[in-house]
Design a protein around this ligand. Structure first.
Ligand SMILES: [Zn+2]
Length: 466
């Protein structure tokens, strides 16, 4: 910044209540060269944002999104409809300033090559900062040999699908991958459903003539999730490597994770917002297939257990698992419980809905909200304190959240190309007035202003324990 008399910084966020996981205070935030340069005092900026009556929070980190596919689908075959461009717009509109994308290899592709493919796509389109999680499908010796290099290059996470047939078939090598990952400071993300039990349940339903999408919940039973979480905890214990259970959905699975934590193991739990706001009843609606994701929606007792886990700290992070489809493709009746298209759009709704249903109802403290949506993921994914907090020297990633802003969710006017939201019709209070990404105003007056390609890939440190 050049020196101009009377001007201290590039941007001031004025008059809001600044909150972090550690506490809150009314103060101004000064930003210079994309970073927070001063908290408090009376800075004067080239530009000012009015945060009066609003909360100034660390921008959200959503470490679980799907904005890329390994290869284009066959002509006529549907696929996830958001890319790094529309996905970033949804993030910004929802107060999320850092995303973590699952990077799947195409058949026979190396982890490095698949990361290069997604880095190229993100460089062109991403409007927010991002990291990529390489997905390990085939744990060949060559793939395992890549892991230490990936960690050294700043890719300090790895994703495994316990539900995939490949996991069971090569479990020895998968466990070795978790060991190597931990040894090099990587966090292993695990989709915890037992593949054989899921396939068994789906086949039983099909044979009984009950394979339709309306039976989605029965096709992915809780014991399959609990068994996989128990095993993930055992893998953590055996290898000494930290594991991060993605989209945990049930009370029994949460108990299994807690048992590991209570023995001092580095087991971390992410839940998906869908499980906090809907139950399996929604899947029985005439268009219930629009809520399909794996694991499925559960029972009211599971919803209550997850909210309790968010409040008491046994759930560590929220991840949207943003994986949007067009509604017609979700509802396609040629699909059954073994082929259903999994995933929903949730990047734009994750923070406002957690705030509305959690903080405003008193179920969650504001500090817990910030831990879950920003500080914990930043630590776990090696980005703290650059991301995940409001401190001098940190990136100026902020969401100015207005608790008075009410909106009825309507996916047809939101940023995701899905064109619908699983929460259409929900009344939500508490939306971003502004989103700031590295000092740039990315959302103002409901308009996403971020230029595609301005987002940066973030090299990461080792995972930090919580
Ligand atoms: Zn996912």
């Amino acid at each position: 910044m050049g020196t101009v008399p009377g001007i201290d910084c590039d941007l001031v966020v004025r008059g809001g209540t600044v909150a972090t996981a550690g506490g809150s205070a009314e103060c101004d935030v000064a930003i210079t060269d994309g970073r927070i340069s001063q908290l408090g005092g009376s800075p004067r900026g080239r530009r000012e944002l009015d945060a009066g009556g609003a909360l100034v929070l660390p921008g959200g980190l959503d470490m679980h999104v799907h904005l890329s596919s390994p290869e284009p689908p066959e002509p006529g075959e549907p696929a996830w409809v958001d890319d790094f461009g529309s996905g970033s717009a949804a993030a910004i509109a929802g107060g999320v300033t850092t995303i973590g994308n699952m990077t799947f290899p195409a058949d026979g592709d190396t982890l490095h090559h698949s990361l290069d493919r997604d880095l190229t796509a993100a460089r062109a389109l991403a409007g927010v900062d991002y990291v990529l999680h390489p997905v390990l499908i085939d744990p060949t010796p060559e793939a395992l040999a890549e892991l230490p290099q990936l960690a050294a290059e700043g890719h300090t996470s790895l994703k495994l699908f316990m539900v995939a047939g490949e996991f069971e078939a090569q479990a020895d090598a998968m466990i070795e991958a978790v060991r190597i990952a931990g040894q090099h400071g990587m966090l292993t993300l695990m989709h915890c459903e037992d593949g054989a039990l899921v396939r068994f349940a789906g086949e039983q339903l099909r044979q009984a003539g009950r394979g339709g999408l309306g039976n989605w919940a029965a096709s992915r039973p809780v014991p399959a999730e609990r068994a996989a979480v128990d095993r993930a905890v055992a893998i953590c214990e055996a290898t000494g490597s930290p594991v991060y259970i993605v989209h945990l959905s049930s009370e029994q699975a949460l108990r299994a994770a807690r048992r590991g934590r209570s023995r001092g193991l580095p087991v971390y739990v992410e839940t998906r917002p869908l499980y906090l706001h809907l139950t399996s009843q929604a899947l029985a609606e005439p268009q219930g297939a629009k809520y399909i994701g794996a694991p499925p929606l559960r029972e009211p007792s599971d919803v209550a257990a997850l909210w309790a886990g968010l409040a008491d700290g046994s759930v560590h992070a929220l991840g949207s698992d943003h994986a949007p489809w067009m509604l017609r493709d979700k509802l396609d009746e040629s699909q059954d419980v073994t082929t259903a298209r999994q995933g929903v759009a949730d990047l734009e709704t994750m923070l406002p809905m957690l705030f509305s249903a959690g903080v405003l109802t008193g179920r969650l403290s504001l500090a817990r909200f910030i831990s879950l949506t920003a500080t914990n993921p930043a630590r776990l994914f090696g980005l703290y304190p650059r991301k995940g907090t409001i401190a001098v020297g940190s990136d100026a990633d902020l969401v100015v959240l207005d608790p008075q802003l009410r909106r009825t969710v309507d996916g047809s006017v939101m940023q995701s190309r899905a064109g619908y939201s699983a929460y259409d019709g929900h009344e939500v209070r508490g939306w971003p007035r502004f989103t700031v990404s590295r000092g740039e105003v990315a959302l103002e007056d409901g308009q996403v202003l971020a230029r595609p390609g301005r987002g940066q890939w973030l090299p990461r440190e080792r995972t930090a324990a919580l």
